[in-house]
Design a protein. Structure first.
Length: 353
């Protein structure tokens, strides 16, 4: 009898341990009640999986269609959807970020997280035209280090940045497809949101983004590569070039092999950055400039080409900029006050002030 009870007790313990997904390194949101294709709100189940995940775990979203409000990241985890996952916005509750995925740790410097990865799936904001009632982001991540966002599709968003990274060190954004980024035309936001970059980087400086606390932390060691953007308001970069931010420059940005097509504003804005490498980026049908370097220094720009309406490259108020093999035969370059070196470049002409 004792042996039977002991074996039974051991079986219960093992069964209990096996049924505790929060202790595992890989946790599926389905273990907490999320169910694909039932058109029900899966926010609570997804959030519970994230909240229960131990540091270093991967929270997975399997193939199928799921519906969600805001998802708040926690700890140092990976949120991984499959290639065949479709995430649809149920609705967004009132929140400063108005984002699908939020990590807003309210920590100073780069201390909010030490490792976060977000990857996979198609994320659908549900906006299908210029919209006067809705404006929202896809992702906002603030105040941490070692961030990866990769292999994702984002579509049908309105007004704001789709991926916004604030006050982060060591971030890689790779193989992201973004399409259908519509203009918000309502009264809730007063600024011209054509400038809403699809992939955007901000500092924790008052007047930039929502990355509280405002402790002047910049973004540093940033790489954006192999992304494809189509039909967006503006493209990739950091667009705060006002003099009040000059004493807090971002550092070490690399943009390479990105494709940016059909843009209402500028395609690539690399403003107020110390040390930039920008190479192999292409685009077509850009309504304004293809690349801006406003108040940036130690810039190496090469092998970029596009069709655009204003300037192929616009350089102003910065430091040393070296251009090599740039190809913009239909439009001018604008060279402002910085030290410019141009090697084997093709422009329709140069405006030099």
């Amino acid at each position: 009898m004792k042996k039977t009870l002991s074996a039974f007790a051991v079986a219960l313990v093992l069964s209990s341990l096996m049924s505790m997904p929060a202790s595992a390194k890989t946790i599926s949101v389905t273990s907490f009640g999320a169910k694909a294709n039932d058109k029900k709100d899966d926010t609570a189940a997804i959030q519970k999986a994230i909240d229960r995940a131990p540091s270093g775990a991967t929270v997975t979203i399997p193939k199928g269609t799921f519906y969600s409000q805001q998802i708040y990241l926690r700890r140092n985890i990976t949120l991984k959807a499959s290639k065949k996952t479709i995430m649809k916005k149920k609705f967004f509750a009132k929140h400063p970020e108005n984002a699908f995925i939020v990590f807003h740790p309210l920590k100073k410097g780069y201390t909010g997280f030490s490792k976060v990865t977000i990857e996979g799936g198609t994320w659908d904001g549900g906006i299908h035209k210029d919209n006067a009632k809705n404006y929202h982001k896809g992702i906002e991540v603030d105040h941490g280090h070692n961030l990866k966002i990769k292999n994702m599709t984002w579509k049908n968003f309105s007004g704001m940045h789709i991926i916004e990274v604030n006050a982060v060190k060591n971030a890689t954004i790779d193989h992201i497809n973004i399409s259908n980024h519509y203009l918000y035309t309502g009264k809730k936001r007063s600024q011209n949101l054509i400038g809403g970059l699809a992939i955007e980087f901000d500092s924790a400086i008052k007047g930039q983004g929502t990355s509280l606390p405002n402790d002047n932390t910049v973004c540093t060691n940033i790489t954006v590569s192999n992304c494809q953007l189509n039909n967006v308001l503006s493209g990739i970069g950091s667009h705060h070039n006002e003099p009040q931010y000059y004493s807090h420059m971002h550092k070490n940005f690399t943009l390479k092999n990105n494709v940016v097509n059909n843009v209402r504003g500028d395609a690539i804005e690399l403003d107020n950055i110390k040390k930039v490498t920008c190479s192999g980026n292409t685009g077509k049908n850009i309504a304004r400039n293809f690349i801006d370097y406003y108040h940036s220094d130690d810039v190496k720009s090469s092998n970029n080409s596009a069709t655009c309406k204003v300037y192929g490259i616009d350089v102003r108020e910065g430091g040393k900029v070296t251009l090599t093999n740039e190809n913009f035969p239909e439009v001018y370059a604008y060279f402002g006050s910085p030290t410019i070196t141009a090697n084997n470049c093709v422009f329709a002409g140069v405006v030099d002030h």
